[in-house]
Each structure stands twice: as structure tokens, then as C-alpha cells.
Write a protein that binds this ligand. Structure first.
Ligand code: HAM
Length: 442
């Protein structure tokens, strides 16, 4: 009895020590992530494949700073864009002029600035660059939406022709094939400085006469940037009757878009025209596109880009055309991970809590394997927490737990590790249940 009490005291002292240690632990910030092992490897694969495709298309690398003057983003991404209005990490530098600087939320403005500063716009306008590195946006974090994420981007200058827009989409398709991914291409034309004002006015008028049906955010969007009404996630049904860009394109913009379409068809790239695609950054003209994955949840755009013919001039350069895209590296890595899982099939871990449960666990594991499910039996000598860590490390979808209590009652605890939920199922039904349920991961 005495020994027991002492050992209890030792254990609780240890637990207190651990708890205090945990308190001292400095954790990472929300929306920032550590990429370790397999995840880092997947992100590396995306980067390598993208570099290879870009170099085969004769792009050369450009490395630009992480910190720029805030005006660069205000003048390019747009004062009313969410990125500039709400999401920038900015602060005042400690120099005499108290320059306000911002961590880059995207690569395009910095590349355009560097292009002009190096004098290319006047001396040698046709250039093609690629870049890779971290971007920072103070967004609401969720799966696939981070506050620090990596982009692999490309920008082409001095090519106003539609063939260049098509080439960019062909590059994304090559990357998609190289990584073995299924992706959907969505394209649209946003018009140019000649036809866009009429479209903007039409949307404004439509919005004003439908004001009572629009959400609060759209009331604000309407006055500041009416194009953004079209990508409101709340008012999808209401804005179905709103004007779309296609109806307002001038002849040159219409021709440009139709050549892009013809070239994509000729290259065998399936695409859909999404007339609601307007993009969240202000500099786009004519072709805009997003490439989406159906494997990664609601933040599904893995690549996005388009033409920005007025941007070089707006930032003080010569009137040189520009177009490009950026890959969200973590999102593409997530799509890669989901595809790999699908190809390998779901994994099950059978957890026997104690040696008494092992024979039953062995029979259950054999039954699961017979049904084609990859199944691993974990050590019966470790605690539940450590076994669950093992299941997580293996990337298993299910942990089937059998302890003394389950043995007695002829049941199994079935934990779906992806959805973080648990159900108790009769031993005789569990293998069939898991097999049927696992079909959702195939
Ligand atoms: P964007 O659509 O803002 O465009 O971002 C491009 C891609 O970066 C997105 O499709 C997504 O995959 C990824 N991304 C954006 N925000 C996040 C986030 N918070 N967390 C994780 N991934 C994210 C641009 O940035 C333009 N500069 C693209 C471009 C280049 N247009 C012309 N040239």
C-alpha cells in the first residue's frame, strides 16, 4: 500500500513537472506550420517538378526580397483587395523616414518592380522569370489556408499575345502530368481598360437594384470593387442573375480569349469557362484562370494567375504586357498526398490494449487483410496515447481498439482518424463496416 502511494506521488510529481514544462513550451503561431519528414518531401517534389517545367520552357530564376515598401502592394494588388486591406503583415521601419514595409503577400508586384528597376522594360522587354519562396497573408487559417505559405510563380513580360496565356496553362498541365494529379482548369476573360468600365457599371447598377438581396459584405464590395460580387460565397444564388464579363467584352478581348480557347483545345487540355471567375487581386486584364483540385476541401485553388497588361506601367515602367501564375505549393502537396493515399488504399491500425486482446486483434487484422485493407497490428505493450501517435505517423484512416472491456462485450472501438470521431461496433460486423466506410477514401 505504502509503495503504491509513493509511486503515485512520484508519478503525479512527474506529471506536474511535465505540465510545467509544457507551459514553458513556445508553440508556433496560428496559420504557420512546420513541414517535417514526408510533408517536407512532398513540398520539395512540387518545387522540383515546377522548376523542371519552368526551365524546359526557358524561364530563368529571379530572387526578390521578402520585405518591400507597402505602396508596392497598395498600387498593384489593389487598395480594396482583401490581401492589401486586411491581410498584410506590415510595420514601420526604424529609419528616419519611418518607411512602412510589408512582408510580401504575393510575388508578382516584387517581380514587376525588380524588372523595371533592372531597366528591362526599356532595354530588353521580353523576359520570363520564375521564383519560389514564402508569402505571408494574415488570413483566417483553415485546411489549405495558411498565414505563411510558399508559392512557385512564373511571370512573362513583353508578350501580349494569346499564345503566351495558353503556354502558361500548358505548363500547368505538364506539371499536373509530372505529378500524376487530376486537376480542373477554369478560365475567364476580365476584359481590358476599354470594355471593363461598361461591365463594372452594369454590375454596379445590377447590385444597386438588388441591394436588399445581397449580404452585408457585398454591400461594401458593391461600392469599392463591384467585380468581387461575383465570387461571394454567400450570395451565389442571388448573383446567378448578375451580368458576367463575357457579355461586355470588346472585339479585341473577345478575339484574344477565343484564341486562348482554341489553343487549349488543340493541346488537348480540358477546361471550363467560369464566367464568375474574377480573381481577388486588382491588376488582372483579359485572361484569368484558376486550377482546382477536388481532393483538398474548400480551399481548392492550387494554381492561379492571368494577364496584367497595365501593371508594369502602373508601377512606373514602360507600357509592357505581363502575364503569369503562382502555384500554392502546400495546396498542391496536399493534393499529391490525397492522390497517393487513394492509390495506396486506406490503412487500418488494430490496437490491442494488453496481451489478452492480441488473439482477437490478430483474427480481426486477418479478416481486414482478406478484404484488401492494409492493416498493421501495434504493440500490445504500449499505452493508448503512444499507439495513437503511431497510427497518426502511419497515416492510417482507422484505428480499431480492443481492450479488456471490448473483449468481454464482443465489441470494437472504431476511430476514424481523419474525422476524429469514434463508434462502438460489434466484433462480428466491424471488418465489413470498415471496408464499406473506407470506400469514401478511395
Ligand atoms: P493568388 O490567387 O492570390 O494569386 O495565389 C496563388 C495561389 O497561391 C493560390 O491559388 C493558392 O494555391 C496559393 N495561396 C494563396 N493564398 C494562400 C494561403 N493563405 N495559404 C495557402 N496557399 C495560398 C497570386 O498570388 C498571384 N500573384 C498569381 C499570379 C502570378 N498572377 C500573375 N502572376
Amino acid at each position: 500500500m505504502l509503495i503504491r502511494r509513493e509511486s503515485f506521488q512520484i508519478v503525479s510529481a512527474q506529471a506536474q513537472l511535465n505540465a510545467e514544462n509544457r507551459k514553458a513550451l513556445i508553440t508556433r503561431l496560428r496559420g504557420f506550420q512546420d513541414l517535417i519528414g514526408a510533408r517536407a518531401h512532398l513540398a520539395g517534389r512540387v518545387e522540383q517538378a515546377a522548376r523542371r517545367v519552368a526551365e524546359l520552357h526557358n524561364f530563368s530564376e529571379i530572387r526578390i526580397p521578402l520585405l518591400e515598401r507597402i505602396e508596392l502592394y497598395q498600387r498593384s494588388s489593389g487598395e480594396t483587395s482583401d490581401v492589401v486591406e486586411k491581410q498584410m503583415y506590415s510595420f514601420s521601419d526604424r529609419d528616419e523616414a519611418e518607411t512602412v514595409v510589408a512582408l510580401r503577400p504575393e510575388g508578382t508586384p516584387g517581380v514587376v518592380r525588380a524588372y523595371i528597376e533592372a531597366g528591362f522594360d526599356r532595354s530588353d522587354p521580353e523576359q520570363r522569370f520564375y521564383y519560389f519562396g514564402p508569402m505571408f497573408r494574415r488570413e483566417r487559417p483553415q485546411k489549405g489556408r495558411l498565414r505563411q505559405f510558399s508559392q512557385f510563380g512564373v511571370e512573362v513580360f513583353g508578350r501580349p499575345d494569346a499564345a503566351c496565356d495558353a503556354e502558361l496553362l500548358i505548363m500547368v498541365d505538364e506539371l499536373r502530368r509530372e505529378l500524376g494529379l487530376e486537376l480542373q482548369f477554369q478560365i475567364n476573360s476580365l476584359g481590358d481598360s476599354r470594355c471593363r468600365p461598361a461591365f463594372r457599371d452594369a454590375l454596379l447598377n445590377w447590385g444597386r437594384s438588388n441591394l436588399d438581396r445581397l449580404c452585408r459584405d457585398c454591400h461594401e464590395r458593391l461600392e469599392r470593387n463591384p467585380l468581387r460580387l461575383l465570387d461571394c460565397k454567400i450570395d451565389v444564388e442571388v448573383t446567378a442573375s448578375a451580368p458576367t464579363t463575357g457579355e461586355y467584352l470588346c472585339d479585341p478581348c473577345r478575339d484574344h480569349f477565343s484564341i486562348v480557347e482554341q489553343l487549349l483545345t488543340a493541346s488537348g487540355i480540358p477546361y471550363v469557362v467560369n464566367p464568375r471567375l474574377v480573381r481577388g487581386l486588382d491588376y488582372y486584364t483579359r485572361t484569368a484562370f484558376e486550377v482546382v483540385s477536388s481532393e483538398i476541401g474548400s480551399q481548392n485553388a492550387v494554381v492561379a494567375g492571368g494577364r496584367y497588361d497595365g501593371l508594369v506601367q502602373a508601377l512606373g515602367g514602360a507600357p509592357v504586357a505581363g502575364t503569369g501564375f503562382a502555384i500554392g505549393v502546400e495546396r498542391l502537396a496536399l493534393a499529391l498526398e490525397a492522390t497517393q493515399l487513394r492509390e495506396e488504399g486506406p490503412k487500418v491500425v488494430v490496437v490491442a490494449l494488453g496481451n489478452a486482446a492480441v488473439p482477437q486483434a490478430n483474427r480481426l487484422a486477418a479478416d481486414l487483410r482478406q478484404r484488401g485493407l492494409r492493416t498493421e497490428l501495434t504493440s500490445p505493450e504500449r499505452g493508448l496515447k503512444s499507439l495513437m501517435r503511431r497510427a497518426d505517423k502511419l497515416g492510417a484512416q482507422y484505428a480499431l481498439i480492443i481492450g479488456e472491456n471490448e473483449l468481454e462485450r464482443g465489441v470494437v472501438q472504431v476511430r476514424d482518424l481523419r474525422k476524429s470521431c469514434q463508434r462502438e461496433i460489434a466484433l462480428s460486423e466491424v471488418a465489413e463496416h470498415v471496408k464499406t466506410d473506407a470506400a469514401q477514401y478511395l
